[in-house]
Design a protein around this ligand. Structure first.
Ligand SMILES: *Cc1c(COP(=O)(O)O)cnc(C)c1O
Length: 354
């Protein structure tokens, strides 16, 4: 080892789901939306002028911030935007989690949290979900340097009612609580309204799932003005031009077509309900999901084996080889046709008749 390597910030990186490049595949492994974004997005894209690319984008991403503020009924000074919610969350970790006390998050959750904590050298403590994979608010009543959890949780899909979210926020008034609402549009109640009451609450959302724009990298946070100001100070000390012109314009365009958004979400919810029934009929056990994926375990065959057998058929789902969840598959909700092909493959793998 070279001497200079003693001074390298060494991290174990987050491992994103595979992005295979196959012509024909069914991709149900990274919770992308199977439907395209609104036609309003395409129209706006076609009107973009390449000559503008010479110029830096608006560092404040004003057009997008205004559209988000209007949509959610908050002040522009309560909105922060970034390059996907991963960027927003990383910035929030850096800004708000600076205590010697550990930050708290569930033992089973988005696997980026411990990676950011390690990268930024933030002490953390994981709080076990109960046997039904639920977050118990009373478990978070302890000295802490901050709290973060997704609602609905990932990869379980379990939802925490808003009064339980409020319990967690109100019982830690001396630290910042981040609610990661990546999947909130698929059936949970958002905590955005609570940001008026609690200045220590930051709600983070993304255009990647419900708004079909994972490839554009658009995420945002809503919180008290003071919280947002602190976030901005850190962002401007890091990289002023996080969001590019195209993302700013197309994000704003997506928000203008609410009918398209609602329709897409409703289709996914209907397919999810059908998927849950179908999987249960095949011997899977699963808790009701409020997200655009289900988290399922089979009574007879191991998740690892089902995962591999599906993969051989070019059907990609997500498998996490981690304690407590190593016999579960996380399956993104695709189109009805894609799910039908998944069911057919599963029947074959499990030796069931149609
Ligand atoms: C997908 C996801 C994100 C990140 O999404 P971006 O594409 O970076 O906006 C954040 N948190 C959770 C829980 C997610 O599942």
């Amino acid at each position: 080892m070279k001497r200079w390597e003693d001074n390298v910030r060494r991290v174990t990186p987050y491992v994103p789901g595979e992005q295979p490049k196959l012509q024909k595949m069914i991709k149900l492994n990274t919770n992308e939306n199977p439907y395209p974004p609104s036609p309003e997005v395409e129209k706006t894209l076609r009107q973009m002028e390449t000559d503008q690319m010479r110029l830096y984008p608006d560092p404040a991403a004003g057009e997008l911030v205004r559209a988000i503020a209007e949509y959610y009924g908050v002040k522009e000074s309560q909105v922060f935007v970034g390059v996907g919610s991963d960027d927003v969350l990383a910035m929030a970790f850096l800004t708000f989690f600076n205590s010697d006390a550990p930050i708290l998050f569930p033992d089973i959750t988005y696997s980026f949290y411990d990676v950011w904590a390690d990268t930024f050298r933030i002490p953390y403590r994981t709080i076990p979900l109960n046997d039904r994979f639920e977050i118990c608010p009373q478990d978070y009543r302890m000295n802490n340097g901050g709290i973060i959890f997704p609602n609905p949780n990932a990869p379980t899909g379990a939802v925490l009612p808003l009064d339980a979210v409020e319990q967690i926020v109100s019982s830690s008034p001396d630290s910042v609580v981040i609610v990661d609402e990546a999947y909130v549009d698929f059936g949970a109640e958002s905590a955005v309204g609570l940001t008026a009451k609690y200045d220590n609450l930051l709600v983070v959302q993304t255009f990647s799932k419900s708004r079909s724009m994972a490839g554009m990298r658009i995420g945002f946070a809503i919180g008290s003005e003071i919280l947002i100001r602190y976030l901005q100070d850190v962002k401007y000390s890091f990289n002023s031009y996080t969001m590019n012109r195209t993302a700013i314009a197309l994000g704003a365009a997506a928000l203008r077509d609410d009918a398209w958004f609602r329709e897409t979400v409703a289709k996914i919810e209907a397919t999810r309900d059908r998927t849950q029934k179908e999987l249960r009929r095949m011997g899977f056990s699963l808790h009701d999901s409020c997200a655009n994926f289900v988290f399922a375990s089979h009574g007879e065959m191991s998740a690892a084996d089902i995962f591999s057998a599906l993969r051989e058929r070019n059907i990609f789902v997500r498998y996490f080889n981690r304690p407590r969840i190593d016999n579960y598959l996380r399956i993104t909700i695709g189109t009805d046709e894609e799910m039908d092909q998944l069911f057919a493959a599963l029947r074959e793998i499990l030796g069931l008749s149609a």
